[in-house]
Design a binder for this molecule. Structure first.
Ligand code: ADP
Ligand code: MG
Length: 612
């Protein structure tokens, strides 16, 4: 038998390795920015075209490479950063695997220009899909410039898998933010499609945060400082009242490296307990400094997870440090005369109106009345809303449904001995269970409807209708509402402006970091506007690609999600009935806009079986 095992050619091995390192343009951005940081650059410029699909270029003024190193840098496992396995435990560089440049060069057109300080002339190297195209001497500034063009040109499947420019750009900017936040002493610039999107001068940490997230951020930050033997914590948390519905600005850095940690995130959440509404997320920008020997960052090639030796201790220290800072902050507002008086009311009560207790009496109730005439009364009541109720039977899957129009529709109360209790049940028709489900009687048994999903469906179809026929009713605000956003968030609002206007929004001004709104869709409370827009921006940024995606659809879904009555909300009888009736007037009452089941039916026959 012939031998069949072969070593893979380098370019094939590189392409396979690239799959691990480079998932999307943002992965390239991360690697190149980190290389520039490792090269001790003080100014780093990132240039992006078409969300990185056409061009990603990073120019730094770092220490550059010699001609030999420039060439070697594209070899797999070629690194200047570690020499022995032991070095892995004393890492103070971002890179160490020596895989990034080799991987990137395997799946793109790469041009490297680099020069060291002590030499006059630099080196330029062009590589396309691991094949060296040219190597020349060039005149170039001190430092390194790497341009990566036509990412995934030789892996069409990967290229097609990329998401929309909005989404890819979002990921690119996220990476840029992470590196820029970890290194405030480095000047960063970002040019997107020819225009300067960020120019972040050397500054302190607080200014860096403000330069990235907008001037309004400044007043939201509470400093956190703590130093113990095992960890040093410094940075900021957002004040509780600015907690967001969406997880936005949450950053942990460990030894200047961005990491994710659900566990440490939980430590922060627990420090905020009681201060923020459930379902909202505080922002934080925290730098943790630990002995490099106590962490293992080697567990994932993209390196955002990390293993700590003593997580429990870190958890406790982090939680108490944040709590302490929030405590200090809570004392100071007493002296703050500009404080918004709304903050003094507990969240749950600030919006609700006071309702006087009510006693309801049934004036027609006559204990001596015979049961026959009582039955007549209730059954005529039952037939009143028949129009809308008819629709309930459409499409319901049950063998026992009587044909439509059959006038001797029977209710349980009538069929049995007509006791008062059962009749009352009939009059009310719907019942709310655990402030979550609406139970509604139908011919074959009952419907159990998820109130949140049902209302989302109703609102979604309404919004969609309004936007497509472009005749939404707008409600004029008494005072223009000014809302603050970061510059990228404003870009998204600009893109969606026209569709938003078709739902009833009126924008009187869109500035660099704020919008002014003078009209909102009918029935949208003013207090919800910022939450709706925030949710919407978040949804756009995390859009999941699917064939029927459209901005209008996303907008309608997002607004429906924000505005629908939530699980946990007590509904009055007429509200329950409204939702049920409107739901079954929808085109697709069965599934929510997010493709979830809205209701189930429980047949009398199923119930009967249980009572055998
Ligand atoms: P790693 O960063 O893990 O070492 P890379 O493939 O990213 O691996 O880079 C390989 C080597 O190329 C680095 O170790 C470094 O010596 C050199 N290099 C890469 N980018 C730069 C840069 N911007 N400036 C100077 N040297 C660089
Ligand atoms: Mg690297």
């Amino acid at each position: 038998m012939a031998d069949i095992i072969q070593l893979l050619p380098d370019h094939v091995a590189n392409q396979i390795a690239a799959g691990e390192v480079v998932q999307r343009p943002a992965s390239v951005v991360k690697e190149l920015l980190e290389n520039a940081i490792d090269a001790e650059a003080t100014t780093i410029k990132l240039i992006i075209k078409d969300a990185g699909k056409t061009l990603i270029q990073v120019i730094d003024n770092g220490k550059g490479m010699s001609t030999t190193d420039a060439r070697l840098s594209f070899e797999r496992h070629a690194t200047s950063k570690i020499k022995t396995a032991d070095d892995l435990f004393h890492l103070n560089t971002k890179g160490f695997r020596g895989e990034a440049l080799a991987s990137i060069a395997a799946i793109a057109h790469v041009e490297l220009k680099t020069r060291q300080e002590q030499v006059e002339i630099g080196t330029s190297i062009c590589i396309e899909g691991s094949h060296m195209v040219s190597q020349e001497v060039v005149v170039t500034p001190i430092g390194t410039s790497v341009s990566v063009k036509n990412l995934f040109f030789n892996i069409p499947a990967r290229r097609n898998f990329l998401k929309s420019d909005t989404v890819e750009l979002r990921h690119v900017i996220d990476e840029f933010h992470r590196v820029a936040l970890a290194h405030p002493k480095v000047h960063f610039l970002l040019y997107n499609n020819g225009s300067e999107t960020f120019n972040l001068p050397v500054s302190n940490y607080r200014q860096r945060i403000v330069n990235i997230f907008g001037s309004k951020t400044n007043e939201k930050l509470v400093p956190v400082e703590e130093e113990t033997e095992v960890i040093k914590i410094s940075g900021f948390v957002g004040k509780p009242e600015f907690a967001k519905k969406t997880r936005g600005e949450q950053y942990f850095f460990v030894n200047n490296r961005f990491i994710r940690s659900a566990y440490l995130n939980h430590a922060i959440l627990s420090a905020f307990e009681g201060l923020i509404k459930t379902g909202t997320h505080p922002s934080y920008f925290l730098n943790l400094t630990v002995d490099p020997q106590t962490i293992d960052i080697n567990i994932h090639p993209t390196k955002t997870e990390i293993k700590f030796d003593d997580e429990h201790t870190l958890y406790a220290i982090l939680r108490s440090a944040v709590k302490h800072s929030l405590g200090q902050f809570n004392i100071s507002p007493v002296l703050d005369f500009e404080r918004d008086s709304n903050l003094d009311t507990p969240y749950n009560y600030s919006k609700s109106t006071v309702r006087a207790p009510k006693i309801e009496i049934d004036r027609n109730y006559n204990p001596f009345q015979d049961s026959e005439s009582f039955k007549r009364q209730t059954s005529s009541f039952n037939k009143r809303p028949s129009d809308s109720w008819d629709s309930l039977y459409v499409g319901l899957d049950s063998k026992n449904i009587t044909p439509q129009g059959n006038s001797d529709m029977k209710f349980e109360g009538e069929a049995s001995d007509g006791s008062l209790f059962e009749s009352n049940e009939q009059v009310n028709m719907t019942y709310q269970l655990h402030n979550k489900y609406i139970i509604s009687a139908i011919k074959s048994g009952m419907l159990v409807i998820d109130q949140y999903r049902a209302h989302q469906r109703v609102l979604y179809e309404d919004f969609l209708q309004n936007m497509t026929v472009k005749e939404a009713v707008s409600q004029q605000l008494l005072f223009a509402l000014e809302l603050h956003f970061s510059s990228q968030e404003i870009e998204i609002i600009k893109q969606l402006k026209e569709d938003l206007e078709h739902t009833g929004f009126v924008f009187s001004k869109i500035a660099n970091e704020s919008v002014e709104i003078t009209g909102v869709p009918l029935n949208v409370p003013e207090s919800e506007v910022s939450i709706i827009l925030e949710q919407l921006i978040n949804d756009v940024q995390h859009e999941v690609p699917n064939s029927n995606f459209s901005a209008i659809d996303l907008l309608a879904k997002s607004m429906a999600k924000s505005l629908a009555i939530k699980t946990g909300q007590i509904l009055k009888k007429d509200e329950q009935e409204y939702i049920v009736n409107r739901l079954f007037a929808c085109k697709e009452p069965n599934i929510s806009p997010a493709n979830r089941l809205i209701f189930i039916t429980v047949g009398v026959d199923e119930l009967d079986k249980k009572f055998i």
